[in-house]
Design a protein around this ligand. Structure first.
Ligand code: EPZ
Length: 419
């Protein structure tokens, strides 16, 4: 098991560059098996989710060459074997292989996805869309068998009961080579959906409306190779912006697309955070006292559920009281008891999270329970006086590229140790 040790209270200054978006690249990699040509992805983050997906791709017969942040994937050797169960449940986003195997072979044998414990994470909308496109779903032990009468899918008009990033992307991936037109209504609008549609269209797909709540896909016979630059990770950016406001004395966060963070930055401005938005960066000054605010998450372009946890330590440092309500994952509160161990006046009840500030956090032994909860504990540790020891940090390494190096370069006293 790995741990992160932080000696907090150090002044952090300098610049940090944001890496490629985890929640885009975990869909881009499986989508490559829709063609037999080589696809090159640039700006791929150095995170263990990518390692897991590359491992699965190679197990299935693809050849992958990784050079720094560039992945060159040749999928022509991919065979339709049952997904390697032990690997498939390492990360929830492995469900994108459902759509891409269906798109390539018209059938798939897969395991059920893994992922962070954020409460129930059903895939009913994914399966509803596949069924509408002619897929029969059956279960044998831990495996799920997806089959179609003639090894091909047909277009369908699908109305999503829930706004779902994963179901929207998975349906798009399955539909690009289906017979006829697929329309997805009540689609999610996240920037990662646009990024996946951009890759697929550059491979020859016919997708219109990505980024709106109605996406139209006209099936094509064949897709070809291309080269694609992954968009910056807006959640990593929001995490470092919160850190800069909480423990920084002048930090520039580079490779940021402002338009991906408007609702988040508006909330920080409501707190009184002093920052300057530059062309592709955000500069955050050393802060004075901040005002406590309340947060309510909603699907993009609303306040991202993935950013409520990383923002919480900054909220705790503000004057006043506020609430945090996550309408997407109501149980995304496992970071709260850990922040209480560090002296945070914060609690959870059936309505959500409530806090009272300002709090001067002190270092403690805490554990990461999921990816963004772990990020919140790193920020809290950097703010706190004394030493913080975070266990279960494999969660953090899943989604934050080179986090130890990036924080050390800002002046943090932080180390990764193996227990
Ligand atoms: C994606 O998960 C992200 N993960 C999550 O980020 C993010 O929190 C989430 O979208 C919401 O923005 C990836 O992109 C790999 P959803 P996803 O389907 O696609 C319900 C992180 O920290 N739902 O948009 O799994 C679901 O229970 C991770 O980077 C159904 O009911 O999320 C949730 O309440 C954590 N049925 C809501 O929809 C379904 O079939 C949104 O889920 C699918 C989802």
């Amino acid at each position: 098991m790995k741990k992160i040790i932080i000696n907090g209270g150090k002044p952090l200054q300098g610049e940090v560059s944001i890496s490629g978006a985890k929640n885009s690249v975990v869909a881009l990699i499986p989508a490559v098996i829709l063609t037999d040509d080589t696809v090159t992805l640039d700006g791929v983050p150095n995170i263990s989710d990518v390692d897991s997906l590359v491992d699965i791709m190679e197990t299935m017969g693809a050849s992958v060459t990784r050079t720094g942040e560039t992945l060159e994937i040749n999928p022509c050797g991919v065979e339709n074997i049952p997904m390697p169960y032990g690997k498939i449940n390492r990360l929830r986003a492995s469900y994108y292989f459902y759509g891409s195997l269906l798109g390539r072979f018209g059938q798939a044998i897969v395991g059920l996805p893994g992922g962070c414990d954020l409460g129930p994470r059903p895939i009913d909308q994914h399966l509803k869309a596949f069924a509408a496109m002619g897929v029969t779903v059956s279960y044998e032990g831990d495996s799920m068998h997806l089959t179609t009468p003639h090894q091909s899918l047909h277009g369908a008009h699908i109305y999503m009961d829930t706004v779902s990033v994963g179901a929207t992307i998975n349906t798009m991936i399955a539909a690009v080579k289906a017979d006829g037109r697929t329309v997805i209504e009540n689609a999610a609008r996240e920037p990662e959906i646009i990024d996946v549609a951009t890759l697929l269209n550059n491979m020859g797909a016919q997708i219109r409306g990505a980024g709106t709540d109605v996406i139209t896909i006209d099936g094509v016979e064949k897709l070809h190779g291309t080269r694609h630059q992954v968009i910056p990770d807006r959640i990593e950016a929001g995490t470092y912006i919160a850190l800069a406001a909480a423990a920084g004395e002048g930090i520039r966060i580079k490779n940021v697309l402002y338009e991906h963070l408007e609702s988040y930055l508006a909330k920080l401005e409501e707190m009184g955070v002093r920052m300057t938005v530059e062309e592709d960066a955000v500069y955050v000054e050393k802060q004075g006292s901040l005002r406590a605010v309340s947060v309510k998450t909603s699907p993009y372009p609303g306040f991202a559920t993935d950013l409520q946890q990383p923002l919480t330590p900054l909220l705790l440092s503000a004057e006043g009281q506020g609430t945090i309500v996550d309408t997407i994952y109501e149980k995304r509160t496992n970071h709260v008891p850990e922040l209480v161990k560090m002296g945070g006046a914060i609690s959870v009840d059936e309505r959500g999270i409530a806090y009272q500030g300002p709090n001067h956090l002190t270092g403690a032994a805490v554990k990461a329970t999921d990816l963004r909860a772990g990020a919140a504990l790193v920020i809290a540790g950097l703010m706190a006086s004394g030493q913080t020891e975070i266990s279960n940090v494999e969660f953090i390494l899943r989604g934050y590229s080179n986090i130890i190096e990036k924080l050390s370069a800002l002046g943090a006293d932080i180390h990764l140790v193996t227990d």
